[in-house]
Design a protein around this ligand. Structure first.
Ligand code: AGP
Length: 369
C-alpha cells in the first residue's frame, strides 16, 4: 500500500496532486489546439443525435452530479441546448418526461452507482440516447450506455472524489466545445481560442497546487470550526457545493454550499464571528456581485476565506485569508478553483485525526439504493 501511495501519506493527497497529469491524460489524443483538432471517439457515431437533441439531460449522484451542474453552464453557454441536471435517485422514481429527442449523459466515476444505472435503464426504455462519462473501464454503466467517453483519470482510491471530478469536467468541457462548434453557436475564432486555453489547464492546476502550504496554515486556523459556508456564483456555484461536500465527507464538519446571492434568502442568519465563509470570487462576470456578498458577510463579522484570481486587490482588502489562483477563461475556472478547496478539506480532516481515505459510513461506490 505504501508503494501505491507513491510517497504520499494518503491516497486522497496523491490523487489531488495527480490532477495536472490526470487532466492532461484525459485530453491526450483528443485535443490538439494547434491544429484545431478535438476528437472524442465515443461521440463520433452519436454526434448527429447530440447536435440535434431537443434537450440534454444529465444524471448522476454526489460529486459526479456537481460535475453535471458545471456541464449545464457549459452546454447552455457554448451550444445553446437546454440542459437539465437530475439526481439519479429522484429522476428514476418521478416518472420524468423523456423522449427520443433527448440526449442523456450519465456521469459516474465508478460506473457502478445503483441509482445512476437505474436512471439509465429508465431513459433507455423511453427511447433516449444515453452517453456515459465514466472513469472505470468496462464498468456496468459504461456497458449499459449507447456510447461514452472515459475520463482516463486512473484508479481513484480515496472515497472523496478529487481527480475524477476534474477529469469529468474536462470531458464535458470538450463535449460542449465540440457541440458548440458543430452547431455553429461558437465561432471558429472563439473555438480556437478556447481550445488553446484548455490546453494550458494542466499547468495552471500545477501552479494552484503549489498553494498547499498556505492552505495548510488556513486549515490550522479553522480545524475546530463547527460549520462552514461555501459561496460562489455561475461556474463557481457547483464548486461551492463540491467544496462543502468534500469538507463534510472527510472532516465531519457541517458545511453547506450555496449560490452566493441566495445567502440573503436564509443562510445569512447563520453568520456571526464563529462562521467561516469560503467565497470563490474569481474575476468573472459575477465578480462585482460576489464582492458585495463578501461585504455583507464582513459586516456581520463572518470569517472570510476567499479564492481569487491572481493579482486581485479588491477582495484582498476585505478577506481574512486569500488564495490566489491562476487566471483562465470563466468557463474553465472550476478546474482550478476546486483545487484549493480539496486541499483545505484534506488538511482540516488530517488535523482533526479523521480517516481521510475511508471516512465513516461511506463507500467508494454506492451499489445499493
Ligand atoms: C464523492 O466525494 C463521493 N464519495 C460521492 O458523492 C460520489 O461522487 C457518488 O457516490 C457518485 O459516485 P460515482 O461517480 O462513482 O457514480
Amino acid at each position: 500500500e505504501a508503494i501505491e501511495k507513491g510517497g504520499y501519506e494518503h491516497f486522497m493527497l496523491k490523487e489531488i496532486n495527480e490532477q495536472p497529469r490526470s487532466i492532461a491524460d484525459c485530453m491526450r489524443g483528443r485535443l490538439d489546439a494547434n491544429n484545431g483538432r478535438l476528437v472524442l471517439g465515443g461521440l463520433r457515431d452519436y454526434m448527429n443525435k447530440f447536435q440535434n437533441a431537443d434537450r440534454i439531460i444529465i444524471t448522476a449522484c454526489g460529486t459526479s452530479w456537481h460535475a453535471g451542474l458545471v456541464a449545464e453552464y457549459l452546454f447552455e453557454e457554448f451550444a445553446r441546448i437546454p440542459v437539465e441536471v437530475e439526481y439519479a435517485s429522484e429522476f428514476r422514481y418521478r416518472n420524468p418526461v423523456i423522449s427520443e429527442k433527448d440526449f442523456v449523459i450519465a456521469i459516474s466515476q465508478s460506473g457502478e452507482t445503483a441509482d445512476t444505472l437505474a436512471a439509465i435503464e429508465l431513459a433507455k426504455s423511453k427511447g433516449a440516447t444515453i452517453f456515459g462519462v465514466c472513469n472505470v473501464v468496462g464498468s456496468s454503466i459504461a456497458r449499459a450506455t449507447h456510447a461514452g467517453s472515459y475520463t482516463h483519470a486512473g484508479p481513484e482510491i480515496g472515497v472523496a472524489s478529487t481527480k475524477a471530478f476534474t477529469a469529468q469536467i474536462s470531458v464535458l468541457t470538450m463535449m460542449a466545445l465540440k457541440l458548440g462548434y458543430q452547431r455553429g453557436t461558437l465561432s471558429e475564432n472563439r473555438y480556437m481560442q478556447l481550445l488553446s486555453e484548455l490546453e494550458t489547464i494542466p499547468s495552471k492546476v500545477e501552479k494552484a497546487l503549489q498553494l498547499n502550504d498556505k492552505i495548510k496554515e488556513i486549515a490550522a486556523k479553522f480545524k475546530d470550526a463547527r460549520n462552514f459556508l461555501y459561496l460562489g456564483r455561475g461556474y463557481n456555484f457547483p464548486v461551492a457545493l463540491e467544496g462543502a461536500l468534500k469538507l463534510k465527507e472527510i472532516s465531519y464538519i457541517h458545511a453547506e454550499g450555496y449560490p452566493a446571492a441566495e445567502m440573503k434568502h436564509g443562510p445569512i442568519a447563520l453568520i456571526d464571528e464563529e462562521m467561516p465563509v469560503v467565497f470563490i470570487a474569481t474575476k468573472d462576470s459575477s465578480y462585482e456581485k460576489v464582492v458585495s456578498n463578501i461585504q455583507e458577510v464582513k459586516a456581520r463579522k463572518g470569517k472570510i476565506i476567499a479564492v481569487v484570481t491572481e493579482g486581485d486587490t479588491t477582495v484582498k482588502q476585505m478577506a481574512d485569508y486569500v488564495i490566489e489562483i491562476p487566471e483562465t477563461e470563466e468557463a474553465f475556472v472550476p478546474l482550478i478553483s476546486v483545487i484549493p478547496l480539496q486541499q483545505l478539506s484534506y488538511h482540516i480532516a488530517v488535523m482533526r485525526g479523521c480517516n481521510v481515505d475511508q471516512p465513516r459510513n461511506l463507500a467508494k461506490s454506492v451499489t445499493v439504493e
